[in-house]
Design a binder for this molecule. Structure first.
Ligand SMILES: Cc1cc2nc3c(=O)[nH]c(=O)nc-3n(C[C@H](O)[C@H](O)[C@H](O)COP(=O)(O)OP(=O)(O)OC[C@H]3O[C@@H](n4cnc5c(N)ncnc54)[C@H](O)[C@@H]3O)c2cc1C
Length: 377
């Protein structure tokens, strides 16, 4: 594995650092408090080229490799994991189109993403979380169209996206082999956004319910074949999981940086708390875990970029990095003592933001199942 970065990768990382320092970090606590993204920020992120990161060059996107995207997501994660999640949902929704879209579908979908439209990937339902095969939304063929009925829940960008990838079952009796993916426009008659969730963390991101009430979707909007939805969803999650890892590394690094700064400044017993060996051990453990998590994320991305199998490594990277983010952010709160628990300081937000990384895009129990299956069978 080549651990060096190209000048282009470093230049994009620097752009991300500058955008985060100027446009995100100063407003992160305010966005968290209000539970919404700052007005105008999405336009700035679009201008910086962050909304269409995986769109291939032949469809007027940047065509970035996975490592470069991970470098950018780590920086966004440092600034605000809610903003990073909003941006990352566009990648998540782009992969089904990359995996299974026709030339025409790619042109249609990526044109919107390239023009700053937010997208959403809608698989989860009230009765179908980890068990994606239990999707109850139906797609019934009617002439040249499908009629979609059902409810999706917990969909990132659900309330502010312009275009959606919706998974529905086109052959109920076939169970998981009936799962089918569709491109659905927000203005499709019968499509509506339900309740917006009030969340523990990543509060700048929008998480909403979607309601499909006899939504007529042209068969031309079906991605791949009928019944190919599960394969498309799994391939998408494989591709996107290292990026959950990258955002997790960003959260953990930001928490470590805050803890180090505070430990040098805070005086107790007449000395900076950084001089106490028990605090030093906490900081050393945090640094080791962040470094290991980052390398696992880069390894999964590197394998993907080489065209080599990376499914197990993607699950390892997501699981290890998100567990690391949870542990490191909890320890950062500990280093700050009572101040770590107070909203004026950033550490409690990092801890709340870290938790979802262990849950979405497959819980860490599911990641462990993926890893064990690949090792054992
Ligand atoms: C803020 C937020 C944003 C989200 N964004 C999206 C999105 O954009 N698109 C989308 O489609 N979904 C999204 N989700 C949904 C998310 O992916 C699911 O919540 C997640 O996959 C878990 O499903 P569940 O909540 O139904 O939990 P469940 O599947 O009910 O799991 C509950 C618990 O049981 C465990 N469990 C379940 N099955 C097993 C098993 N076989 N073995 C061992 N343990 C098991 C789980 O690990 C978990 O601990 C989002 C969720 C949230 C909260």
């Amino acid at each position: 594995m080549d651990l060096g970065f190209t000048p282009d990768q470093l230049a994009l990382q620097k752009i991300a650092q500058d955008v985060v320092a100027k446009e995100i970090t100063p407003y992160a606590l305010e966005m968290d408090h209000k539970g919404e993204i700052k007005e105008g920020l999405l336009t700035k992120l679009d201008e910086a080229g962050f909304l269409n990161l995986p769109v291939p060059e032949e469809y007027d996107g940047p065509g970035l490799d996975a490592i470069t995207i991970a470098l950018i997501y780590e920086e966004l994660g440092k600034g605000c994991a809610g903003v990073a999640t909003t941006v990352a949902a566009n990648s998540l929704a782009s992969y089904p189109v990359i995996v299974a879209g026709t030339d025409e579908q790619k042109k249609y979908f990526f044109d919107k993403i390239n023009n700053g439209t937010l997208a959403a990937f809608a698989l989860t339902e009230p009765g179908a979380g980890s068990d994606a095969g239990a999707v109850a939304t139906t797609a019934v063929k009617d002439g040249d169209d499908y009629i979609l009925n059902g409810t999706k829940c917990f969909i990132t960008n659900g309330g502010n996206a312009g275009i959606y990838i919706i998974f529905a079952n086109a052959r109920k009796s076939a169970g998981i082999r009936g799962l089918t993916a569709f491109i659905v426009d927000r203005d499709a008659p019968g499509f509506s956004v339900g309740k917006e969730e009030d969340k523990m963390g990543i509060r700048a991101s929008n998480t909403s319910e979607l309601i499909l009430d006899n939504v007529r979707v042209p068969a031309a909007n079906r991605l791949g074949r009928e019944g190919e939805g599960f394969r498309i969803a799994m391939k998408t999650l494989d591709a996107a999981r290292p990026f959950v890892g990258a955002v997790s590394v960003g959260i953990a690094q930001a928490a470590l940086d805050a803890a180090v700064k505070y430990a040098k400044e805070r005086i107790q017993f007449g000395k900076p708390i950084a001089s106490f060996q028990l605090v030093q051990a906490l900081v050393a453990d945090m640094a080791m875990q962040v470094e290991a998590a980052r390398l696992l994320v880069h390894k999964a991305c590197w394998l993907k970029d080489q065209g080599m199998p990376f499914s197990k490594e993607a699950a390892i990277a997501k699981c290890f990095a998100s567990d690391t983010a949870m542990k490191v952010t909890t320890d950062a709160v500990q280093v700050l003592g009572g101040y770590g628990y107070i909203k004026e300081y950033p550490t409690e937000k990092y801890m709340r933001d870290a938790k979802i990384m262990q849950i979405y895009e497959g819980t860490n129990q599911i990641q462990r199942m993926v890893i064990a299956n690949q090792i054992l069978y």
